[in-house]
Design a protein around this ligand. Sequence first.
Ligand SMILES: Cc1cc2nc3c(=O)[nH]c(=O)nc-3n(C[C@H](O)[C@H](O)[C@H](O)COP(=O)(O)OP(=O)(O)OC[C@H]3O[C@@H](n4cnc5c(N)ncnc54)[C@H](O)[C@@H]3O)c2cc1C
Ligand code: SF4
Length: 332
Amino acid sequence: MSLSTFKLLRPRTLDEAIGYLAKHVDAGDSPARLRVIAGGTDLIPSMRQKLFEPEYVLDLRHVDELNGIRERQGSGVEIGALTSLSDIEQSALLRRRYPVLTEAAATVASPVIRNMGTIGGNICLDTRCLWYNQSLTWRKGCGFCIKKDGDLCHVAPGGTKCWAAFSADTPPALLCLSAEVEIVGPGGPRRIPLREFYTGLGDTYRVLQPNELLTRIFLPEATADYRGVYRKLRIRGSIDYPLAGVAVAMKRSNGHVADARVAITAVNPAPLLVKGASEALKGKVVDEALAEVVGGLAARTAKPLTTSALTPEYRREMIRVFTKRAVLAAGA
Ligand SMILES: Cc1cc2nc3c(=O)[nH]c(=O)nc-3n(C[C@H](O)[C@H](O)[C@H](O)COP(=O)(O)OP(=O)(O)OC[C@H]3O[C@@H](n4cnc5c(N)ncnc54)[C@H](O)[C@@H]3O)c2cc1C
Ligand code: SF4
């Protein structure tokens, strides 16, 4: 599967990158016109499958100011969007202060992909579906769908909505840490909580406009030093996207939970905080019964459909089981 022809834009600074965006795309344009590339570990396979055939590709790899992990005295940690997943996995600072993030990053794909893949690319990752992540020939043969070139959904026939699953590992960890993201476009920067970055729709899954970039991630001081656990279901243990994933971040005091958050991925069109989990855990001592309750809340938040090779029932059940195990591990 070859790549279609495109014009490669290679900025050296953020200003230059924004200049290219201002010149070549408007906020209302289809994202199909220009695609941003960071590590390329997801974009290039998708371009080969003709899911994207952009006229321009904006390569961020030489924008050094978007790379790196910086401690901000008394106000948490800032991570550049171009920071590789390997650098996050191996960061002693993050491992010590935000272990749920290093644990989640370490489960992404394989070491080679983590060397190339970036945290920004992981947050912006396209949603996935059995009927979508296929070659053009396959999709043509089986019939196109709402997410690309068609007007029906094979997963939920009769509906008008795309249910493709958001399947990245680090966003649930970042949600548990109450992370914020910086978005920069021709109009300047804005900063929003990560939970507001996703729309909950499988096709237009993020609020980022075609002329905007994700530039930085902020981890607040308030969630530093929380215990962290990430558990993930995948078909190939050595290298695979999550088909269900659970992150837990927990602070304890005198054996009781002082604060905690639980988030799930790969079972909805967006990564989600589990409703009611923080309230259920707060002030309690973690035991089997409590972990079971939180597992039930997570399973209720999960709405998997037949977007992957495993059945929705199995994926929802694994969300329950992994949440229970992760809560027990964080509370041990
Ligand atoms: C075999 C295989 C296994 C994989 N397994 C996993 C897995 O287990 N878990 C997982 O989470 N992922 C997995 N991936 C997907 C991918 O490798 C990672 O999600 C990676 O973090 C993507 O980062 P990237 O920099 O390579 O993104 P790219 O491929 O460069 O970009 C991904 C998307 O994000 C957009 N983008 C990237 N950076 C920015 C930015 N700064 N601003 C705006 N838009 C941006 C791109 O336009 C594109 O739409 C796998 C991929 C492969 C090929
Ligand atoms: S959920 Fe439906 S519309 Fe979305 S990619 Fe799958 S088949 Fe297509």
